[in-house]
Design a protein around this ligand. Structure first.
Ligand code: FES
Ligand code: FES
Length: 171
């Protein structure tokens, strides 16, 4: 069965026809040619496909495209605006926080959401004081990024890059 849907990807409206079994990841990559999100496991386990849907991070391999009709989808590429890199892009470059780069778009989308979640006061399992804004120390960042795996093992530099941006935002 097929359905006609609209996806707004990185600010651009797309009308497309999808098999109702098509994942959001496959619709974005294969049908729209937006290749920032990567397919790693295709089973919700690695985070390479992470995008923001209406500002919330999701593993797009586990979402059905048809269930996101009309949604705003932001990929790592879409976090840049007006030709300017997002501060997370810059921090990852400055810290050399990648090797092959395959996991990087998902890491950056997840990190962008992490910063917003902490700023909104959302605690994680390692937050000691759940009443305030959680301070994004290394333990908080590692816990909140635990859904994003890096087969190159660039974790130390990924945490350092996110810490830099968190400090700049007073988190
Ligand atoms: S490709 Fe989606 S979580 Fe691995
Ligand atoms: S930089 Fe290679 S998988 Fe993370």
């Amino acid at each position: 069965m097929e359905s006609d849907i609209t996806l707004i990807v990185d600010g651009t409206n797309h009308r497309l026809t999808v098999d109702t079994r098509t994942s959001l990841l496959d619709a974005v990559r294969e049908q729209l040619g937006v290749i920032a999100p990567k397919k790693g496991c295709d089973h919700g386990q690695c985070g390479a496909c992470t995008v923001l849907v209406e500002g919330r991070r999701v593993p797009s391999c586990l979402m059905l495209a048809v269930a996101n009709d009309g949604a705003n989808v932001t990929t790592s590429a879409g976090l840049a605006s007006g030709g300017e890199l997002h501060p997370l892009h810059t921090a990852f470059l400055e810290h050399d926080a990648f090797q092959c780069g395959y996991c990087t778009p998902g890491q950056i989308c997840s990190a962008a959401a992490l910063l917003d979640e902490a700023a909104a006061g959302t605690p994680s399992v390692v937050t000691s004081d759940v009443a305030g804004i959680p301070a994004l120390d290394g333990a908080e960042i590692r816990e909140r990024m635990s859904g994003n795996l890096c087969r190159c093992g660039a974790y130390v530099k990924i945490v350092a890059a996110i810490e830099d941006v968190a400090r700049a935002r007073g988190l």
